[in-house]
Ligand binder design. Structure first.
Ligand SMILES: CCCCCCCC/C=C\C=C\CC(=O)SCCNC(=O)CCNC(=O)[C@H](O)C(C)(C)COP(=O)(O)OP(=O)(O)OC[C@H]1O[C@@H](n2cnc3c(N)ncnc32)[C@H](O)[C@@H]1OP(=O)(O)O
Length: 243
Protein backbone atom coordinates (compact mmCIF):
# COMPACT_ATOMS: atom_id res chain seq x y z
CA UNK A 1 0.00 0.00 0.00
CA UNK A 2 1.36 3.38 -0.97
CA UNK A 3 0.12 6.50 0.78
CA UNK A 4 -0.49 9.22 -1.78
CA UNK A 5 -2.18 12.22 -0.21
CA UNK A 6 0.07 15.25 -0.84
CA UNK A 7 1.47 17.41 0.56
CA UNK A 8 2.16 15.36 3.74
CA UNK A 9 -0.12 12.27 3.89
CA UNK A 10 -1.94 13.70 6.89
CA UNK A 11 -4.47 11.26 8.32
CA UNK A 12 -7.79 12.94 7.57
CA UNK A 13 -11.14 11.24 8.14
CA UNK A 14 -11.26 10.41 4.43
CA UNK A 15 -7.70 9.04 4.39
CA UNK A 16 -8.30 6.91 7.50
CA UNK A 17 -11.55 5.52 6.11
CA UNK A 18 -9.95 4.60 2.80
CA UNK A 19 -6.96 3.04 4.55
CA UNK A 20 -9.18 0.91 6.82
CA UNK A 21 -11.31 -0.26 3.88
CA UNK A 22 -8.14 -1.11 1.94
CA UNK A 23 -6.81 -3.14 4.85
CA UNK A 24 -10.14 -4.93 5.26
CA UNK A 25 -10.19 -5.90 1.58
CA UNK A 26 -6.64 -7.28 1.75
CA UNK A 27 -7.42 -9.11 5.01
CA UNK A 28 -10.41 -10.81 3.36
CA UNK A 29 -8.43 -11.76 0.27
CA UNK A 30 -7.07 -15.24 0.93
CA UNK A 31 -4.42 -14.73 -1.74
CA UNK A 32 -2.91 -11.84 0.22
CA UNK A 33 -0.67 -12.86 3.13
CA UNK A 34 1.29 -9.68 3.67
CA UNK A 35 1.36 -5.96 3.08
CA UNK A 36 4.20 -3.47 2.76
CA UNK A 37 3.19 0.07 3.69
CA UNK A 38 5.12 2.98 2.23
CA UNK A 39 4.60 6.48 0.83
CA UNK A 40 4.45 7.93 -2.66
CA UNK A 41 5.03 11.45 -1.27
CA UNK A 42 8.73 12.38 -1.32
CA UNK A 43 10.38 12.74 2.11
CA UNK A 44 7.17 12.13 4.09
CA UNK A 45 5.80 8.79 5.29
CA UNK A 46 2.86 10.45 7.10
CA UNK A 47 2.60 13.70 9.08
CA UNK A 48 0.19 12.03 11.53
CA UNK A 49 -3.40 12.91 12.31
CA UNK A 50 -4.76 15.77 10.27
CA UNK A 51 -4.79 18.59 12.81
CA UNK A 52 -7.51 20.46 10.91
CA UNK A 53 -9.87 17.55 11.76
CA UNK A 54 -9.34 18.37 15.45
CA UNK A 55 -9.74 22.16 15.22
CA UNK A 56 -12.97 24.16 15.29
CA UNK A 57 -15.23 21.22 14.38
CA UNK A 58 -18.41 19.86 15.99
CA UNK A 59 -18.52 17.30 18.79
CA UNK A 60 -20.12 14.85 16.29
CA UNK A 61 -17.20 15.34 13.92
CA UNK A 62 -14.62 14.74 16.66
CA UNK A 63 -16.42 11.50 17.58
CA UNK A 64 -16.54 10.27 13.99
CA UNK A 65 -12.91 11.19 13.43
CA UNK A 66 -11.67 9.44 16.58
CA UNK A 67 -13.66 6.28 15.77
CA UNK A 68 -11.92 6.22 12.39
CA UNK A 69 -8.49 6.56 14.08
CA UNK A 70 -9.35 3.67 16.42
CA UNK A 71 -10.67 1.56 13.53
CA UNK A 72 -7.49 2.02 11.53
CA UNK A 73 -5.32 0.97 14.48
CA UNK A 74 -7.52 -2.03 15.42
CA UNK A 75 -7.31 -3.29 11.83
CA UNK A 76 -3.59 -2.73 11.40
CA UNK A 77 -2.33 -3.79 14.83
CA UNK A 78 -4.72 -6.76 14.82
CA UNK A 79 -4.02 -7.80 11.24
CA UNK A 80 -3.40 -11.47 10.50
CA UNK A 81 -1.22 -10.46 7.56
CA UNK A 82 2.51 -9.84 7.81
CA UNK A 83 2.85 -6.05 7.91
CA UNK A 84 6.09 -4.28 7.03
CA UNK A 85 6.52 -0.50 7.20
CA UNK A 86 8.98 0.86 4.62
CA UNK A 87 9.40 4.30 6.18
CA UNK A 88 10.69 6.51 3.39
CA UNK A 89 10.30 9.87 5.11
CA UNK A 90 9.37 11.67 8.30
CA UNK A 91 6.77 10.04 10.44
CA UNK A 92 5.55 12.00 13.45
CA UNK A 93 2.73 11.01 15.86
CA UNK A 94 -0.05 9.14 14.01
CA UNK A 95 2.44 8.36 11.23
CA UNK A 96 4.72 6.76 13.82
CA UNK A 97 1.73 4.83 15.21
CA UNK A 98 1.19 3.26 11.78
CA UNK A 99 4.83 2.17 11.60
CA UNK A 100 4.75 0.90 15.23
CA UNK A 101 1.64 -1.15 14.45
CA UNK A 102 3.45 -3.16 11.77
CA UNK A 103 5.44 -6.33 12.42
CA UNK A 104 8.69 -4.86 11.14
CA UNK A 105 10.01 -1.37 10.39
CA UNK A 106 12.66 -0.48 7.86
CA UNK A 107 13.58 3.19 7.50
CA UNK A 108 15.55 5.09 4.88
CA UNK A 109 18.91 6.02 6.45
CA UNK A 110 18.48 9.76 6.03
CA UNK A 111 19.22 11.68 9.28
CA UNK A 112 16.80 14.40 8.13
CA UNK A 113 13.91 11.92 8.45
CA UNK A 114 12.54 11.63 11.96
CA UNK A 115 9.99 9.47 13.72
CA UNK A 116 8.34 9.50 17.13
CA UNK A 117 5.24 10.25 19.18
CA UNK A 118 5.60 14.03 19.53
CA UNK A 119 2.10 14.72 20.91
CA UNK A 120 3.48 16.43 24.04
CA UNK A 121 5.10 19.07 21.81
CA UNK A 122 1.63 19.98 20.54
CA UNK A 123 0.30 20.27 24.09
CA UNK A 124 -1.73 17.08 23.69
CA UNK A 125 -1.43 13.63 25.24
CA UNK A 126 -0.88 10.39 23.34
CA UNK A 127 -3.82 8.08 24.14
CA UNK A 128 -3.17 4.91 26.16
CA UNK A 129 -3.23 2.63 23.11
CA UNK A 130 -0.62 4.74 21.26
CA UNK A 131 1.49 4.42 24.43
CA UNK A 132 0.86 0.66 24.76
CA UNK A 133 1.90 0.10 21.13
CA UNK A 134 5.06 2.15 21.69
CA UNK A 135 5.95 0.32 24.92
CA UNK A 136 5.51 -3.05 23.17
CA UNK A 137 8.14 -2.02 20.61
CA UNK A 138 10.79 -0.11 22.61
CA UNK A 139 10.11 -0.99 26.26
CA UNK A 140 8.82 1.13 29.14
CA UNK A 141 11.82 3.35 29.93
CA UNK A 142 12.54 4.48 26.38
CA UNK A 143 8.82 5.00 25.71
CA UNK A 144 8.35 7.02 28.90
CA UNK A 145 11.24 9.39 28.19
CA UNK A 146 10.37 9.76 24.54
CA UNK A 147 6.66 10.38 25.23
CA UNK A 148 7.24 12.90 28.02
CA UNK A 149 9.65 14.87 25.85
CA UNK A 150 7.54 14.44 22.70
CA UNK A 151 10.74 13.41 20.94
CA UNK A 152 11.10 13.08 17.22
CA UNK A 153 14.09 10.82 16.68
CA UNK A 154 16.31 11.17 13.62
CA UNK A 155 16.54 7.85 11.76
CA UNK A 156 19.92 6.70 13.23
CA UNK A 157 18.71 7.38 16.79
CA UNK A 158 15.39 5.67 16.08
CA UNK A 159 17.31 2.55 15.12
CA UNK A 160 19.50 2.70 18.23
CA UNK A 161 16.36 2.90 20.40
CA UNK A 162 14.73 -0.03 18.60
CA UNK A 163 11.95 2.19 17.28
CA UNK A 164 12.87 1.01 13.79
CA UNK A 165 14.42 -2.38 13.13
CA UNK A 166 16.89 -1.38 10.46
CA UNK A 167 18.08 1.44 8.24
CA UNK A 168 18.89 1.02 4.57
CA UNK A 169 19.80 3.44 1.77
CA UNK A 170 16.58 4.89 0.38
CA UNK A 171 17.03 3.25 -3.04
CA UNK A 172 17.25 -0.17 -1.38
CA UNK A 173 14.19 0.27 0.85
CA UNK A 174 11.62 -1.63 -1.19
CA UNK A 175 14.06 -4.41 -2.09
CA UNK A 176 14.83 -4.88 1.61
CA UNK A 177 11.12 -4.74 2.54
CA UNK A 178 10.40 -7.49 -0.02
CA UNK A 179 13.23 -9.63 1.39
CA UNK A 180 11.92 -9.21 4.96
CA UNK A 181 8.40 -10.05 3.76
CA UNK A 182 9.68 -13.24 2.08
CA UNK A 183 11.45 -14.25 5.31
CA UNK A 184 8.30 -13.78 7.42
CA UNK A 185 6.06 -15.48 4.83
CA UNK A 186 8.30 -18.56 4.83
CA UNK A 187 6.70 -19.56 8.15
CA UNK A 188 3.36 -21.36 8.33
CA UNK A 189 0.63 -18.70 8.61
CA UNK A 190 -1.29 -20.34 11.46
CA UNK A 191 1.72 -20.51 13.81
CA UNK A 192 2.82 -16.94 13.03
CA UNK A 193 -0.73 -15.58 13.34
CA UNK A 194 -1.44 -17.28 16.67
CA UNK A 195 1.87 -16.01 18.02
CA UNK A 196 1.09 -12.47 16.87
CA UNK A 197 -2.35 -12.63 18.48
CA UNK A 198 -0.81 -13.92 21.73
CA UNK A 199 1.62 -10.98 21.79
CA UNK A 200 -0.90 -8.24 20.89
CA UNK A 201 -4.26 -9.40 22.25
CA UNK A 202 -4.13 -7.72 25.67
CA UNK A 203 -3.42 -4.32 24.16
CA UNK A 204 -6.10 -4.69 21.46
CA UNK A 205 -8.67 -5.95 23.98
CA UNK A 206 -8.03 -2.94 26.21
CA UNK A 207 -9.15 -0.51 23.53
CA UNK A 208 -12.07 -2.71 22.43
CA UNK A 209 -13.30 -2.80 26.05
CA UNK A 210 -12.95 0.99 26.47
CA UNK A 211 -13.71 2.19 22.96
CA UNK A 212 -16.72 4.40 23.72
CA UNK A 213 -15.08 5.82 26.85
CA UNK A 214 -11.96 6.60 24.79
CA UNK A 215 -14.08 8.49 22.24
CA UNK A 216 -15.78 10.47 25.02
CA UNK A 217 -12.38 11.29 26.55
CA UNK A 218 -11.06 12.45 23.19
CA UNK A 219 -14.09 14.68 22.60
CA UNK A 220 -13.85 16.23 26.08
CA UNK A 221 -10.10 16.73 25.73
CA UNK A 222 -10.05 18.17 22.24
CA UNK A 223 -13.07 20.44 22.86
CA UNK A 224 -11.26 22.29 25.68
CA UNK A 225 -10.45 25.86 24.69
CA UNK A 226 -6.87 25.44 25.99
CA UNK A 227 -6.32 22.42 23.68
CA UNK A 228 -7.92 24.19 20.72
CA UNK A 229 -5.57 27.11 21.36
CA UNK A 230 -2.50 24.81 21.46
CA UNK A 231 -3.51 23.15 18.20
CA UNK A 232 -4.15 26.49 16.48
CA UNK A 233 -0.79 27.82 17.64
CA UNK A 234 0.94 24.67 16.40
CA UNK A 235 -0.67 25.01 12.94
CA UNK A 236 0.37 28.68 12.83
CA UNK A 237 3.93 27.68 13.79
CA UNK A 238 3.99 25.16 10.91
CA UNK A 239 2.85 27.83 8.46
CA UNK A 240 5.31 30.44 9.79
CA UNK A 241 8.20 27.98 9.63
CA UNK A 242 7.37 27.56 5.96
CA UNK A 243 7.47 31.29 5.17
C1 LIG B 1 -6.39 12.87 29.38
C2 LIG B 1 -6.20 11.91 28.26
C3 LIG B 1 -7.12 12.19 27.10
C4 LIG B 1 -6.64 11.49 25.88
C5 LIG B 1 -7.14 12.19 24.67
C6 LIG B 1 -6.33 11.84 23.47
C7 LIG B 1 -5.95 13.07 22.69
C8 LIG B 1 -5.05 12.70 21.56
C9 LIG B 1 -5.20 13.66 20.50
C10 LIG B 1 -4.56 13.68 19.37
C11 LIG B 1 -3.48 12.84 18.94
C12 LIG B 1 -2.83 13.24 17.83
C13 LIG B 1 -1.74 12.53 17.18
C14 LIG B 1 -1.24 13.23 15.93
O1 LIG B 1 -0.93 12.57 14.98
S1 LIG B 1 -1.20 14.94 15.90
C15 LIG B 1 -0.28 15.37 14.43
C16 LIG B 1 1.16 15.51 14.74
N1 LIG B 1 1.89 15.82 13.55
C17 LIG B 1 2.90 16.68 13.54
O2 LIG B 1 3.29 17.24 14.54
C18 LIG B 1 3.55 16.92 12.20
C19 LIG B 1 3.44 18.34 11.80
N2 LIG B 1 4.05 18.54 10.49
C20 LIG B 1 5.37 18.65 10.29
O3 LIG B 1 6.18 18.58 11.18
C21 LIG B 1 5.82 18.91 8.90
O4 LIG B 1 4.69 19.34 8.17
C22 LIG B 1 6.42 17.68 8.19
C23 LIG B 1 5.52 16.47 8.27
C24 LIG B 1 7.80 17.36 8.80
C25 LIG B 1 6.63 18.04 6.69
O5 LIG B 1 7.38 19.22 6.57
P1 LIG B 1 7.42 20.00 5.17
O6 LIG B 1 7.69 19.06 4.08
O7 LIG B 1 8.32 21.17 5.37
O8 LIG B 1 5.90 20.46 4.95
P2 LIG B 1 5.12 21.69 5.65
O9 LIG B 1 5.44 21.75 7.10
O10 LIG B 1 5.35 22.91 4.85
O11 LIG B 1 3.62 21.19 5.51
C26 LIG B 1 2.91 21.25 4.26
C27 LIG B 1 1.46 21.61 4.55
O12 LIG B 1 0.87 20.56 5.30
C28 LIG B 1 0.32 21.08 6.53
N3 LIG B 1 0.46 20.04 7.57
C29 LIG B 1 1.56 19.44 7.99
N4 LIG B 1 1.29 18.50 8.92
C30 LIG B 1 -0.05 18.51 9.09
C31 LIG B 1 -0.95 17.78 9.93
N5 LIG B 1 -0.53 16.81 10.77
N6 LIG B 1 -2.26 18.06 9.85
C32 LIG B 1 -2.72 19.02 9.01
N7 LIG B 1 -1.91 19.76 8.20
C33 LIG B 1 -0.59 19.50 8.24
C34 LIG B 1 1.18 22.31 6.81
O13 LIG B 1 0.53 23.18 7.69
C35 LIG B 1 1.34 22.86 5.42
O14 LIG B 1 0.11 23.50 5.07
P3 LIG B 1 0.10 24.81 4.13
O15 LIG B 1 0.73 24.36 2.84
O16 LIG B 1 -1.33 25.16 4.01
O17 LIG B 1 0.92 25.85 4.85
Amino acid sequence: MKFKSPPVNSLSLEFLTEFSIGLEKLENNRACRGVIITSAVPKIFSSGLDITEMCGKSVEHYGEFWRAVQEMWLRLYGSNMVTVAAVNGSSPAGGCLIALSCDYRIMAENPKFSIGLNEAQLGIVAPFWFKDTFVNVVGHRIAERSLQLGSLHPAPEAQRLGLVDELVPEEKLMEKAAAVMAQWLALPDHARQLTKTMMRKAVLDRLVAHREEDIKNFITFVSKESIQKSLRMYMEMLKKRKS
